[in-house]
Design a protein around this ligand. Sequence first.
Ligand SMILES: Cc1cc2nc3c(=O)[nH]c(=O)nc-3n(C[C@H](O)[C@H](O)[C@H](O)COP(=O)(O)OP(=O)(O)OC[C@H]3O[C@@H](n4cnc5c(N)ncnc54)[C@H](O)[C@@H]3O)c2cc1C
Length: 498
Amino acid sequence: MRENKKKIVIVGGGIAGLAAGIYGKMADYDVEIYEKNPIPGGQCMGWNRKGCHIDNCIHWLTGTKKGTSLRKVWETVGALEEDTKFAQCESFYTSVAGDVQITLWKDLERTKSELLSLSPEDEVEIKKFIEHVKYAAECEMPAEKPMDAMGIIDYIHMGASMANMPKVMKEYGAIDLLDMAGRFKHPALKALFTDYLPSGYVASSFLVSYASIISGNGEIPMGGSLAMVERMVKRFQQLGGKLYCNAPVMRILIKDGKATGIEKADKERVLADYVISSVDTMEMFRNLIGKKYMDAKWMSCYSDSEKYPLFSSVQAAFAVDQGAYDGKGTIFFDCLPFETGGKKVERMSVKSYEYEPTFAPRGKIVLQVNVQQFDKEYLYWKGLTREEYECRKKEAVKAIEERLLTQFPKLQGHLEFLDCWTPVTYERYCNAYHGAYMGFITKKGVKSFRVKGTIKGVKNLYIASQWIMAPGGLPVAVTAGKFAVWRIARKDKRKIKD
Ligand SMILES: Cc1cc2nc3c(=O)[nH]c(=O)nc-3n(C[C@H](O)[C@H](O)[C@H](O)COP(=O)(O)OP(=O)(O)OC[C@H]3O[C@@H](n4cnc5c(N)ncnc54)[C@H](O)[C@@H]3O)c2cc1C
């Protein structure tokens, strides 16, 4: 034990902030986390309504496969345990197009045979897709140390675990999902490949996502998002970390080019040797340190939403009587056009949580509908008065409910509205820029966004956030937390746990 321990203050108690806190404690620092909300978790969140639980994050958690370095990180931060149970989900999702229903199963051979029997004329593209999903499934996200700190041995190891990624990138790294869909002749397959992620996403991202499902590296831990956060909080506190909730931070204190602490909304100042900013990065630049610290790389992304779009959504949750719902998993379907966030919606998705009995009273399940929204729609919602906002939300719920009943007529009389939320909800709750809950979308022909997580001109300030590497998400958040502490520990000549 060192005397006069060095202190790290972390702003934001999302997954990245909690991970940074845990790694900071393990490297023998005093660590305090300041979170603006009453509970930590940030975007990895769930809440209760009318006796049901709405889980608003984990659709899949990359890094669940035992033996991978990311799984080690999830175990170190207490998110997963040796014997964590995962939801028994059979599929990634299902697309309905006209009379045809097609599913991307967890069982890749089943997917292959069903796609081939649906559309023999797409045989070449189907086989190519399946083959490349298998390649992607063999690849593993490095999680030991930041890429820029990797040496030759690390690259050799990474090369072995990423051996087949170049094949995936060669075939799918320069096209987007719309191009990929265009390679298929059958309309249901065209729909299938543009349903899950925004169609401007580079196609390789989609293959990597599906690959994690088929390889068992993208499971859903039982208990969902909130339970996972609670396990991380427990780990942090058991290690002696201090977590302050309802504690919004107004400013990161910078003196002579060095971060020296924070100033909270109640004007209290907390001094520290290091500050880790774990909030949305625009919140950090705009409010905590000032935009003068935003370098050209960040600026070019934030100022060009065509090249670097962000997405959010309008969502609505319902409780339904189990016997009245005949869907399973996530289902995309065409619907009668309606408008929400100023955008015409003709296709929507519904996810059912039948795999998690604790989310609803016996005999019921929770359904959640998701309608994609982008920067433009965020601005629409943001521009409304309070009354207009409430009114547009009610209209959205009504439109969604009607379309659910059209698609699943047996639900008539068995549907109870629980909650509805929009891009501005994410802004209010997490200070999320444009309501985005993932990082910048990587489009074809655009370099995928990645930064170190340090700020030019400010020493002792580190960023731990999903925003430091596209496409963001939980694995980026947790490793960003680890890597911020890795950099601090290296500076202090300490070692951190893998
Ligand atoms: C609907 C939905 C589905 C998702 N599905 C998946 C999925 O299946 N798989 C996946 O990998 N990812 C998924 N994600 C993304 C995932 O939730 C995020 O990538 C991740 O939680 C981001 O973590 P973070 O710690 O970087 O940021 P955040 O969660 O945004 O944490 C930042 C924290 O800082 C706090 N804060 C902000 N400003 C201040 C301030 N001034 N002072 C103090 N505190 C402040 C916020 O309240 C928040 O708690 C999903 C997200 C959503 C919303």
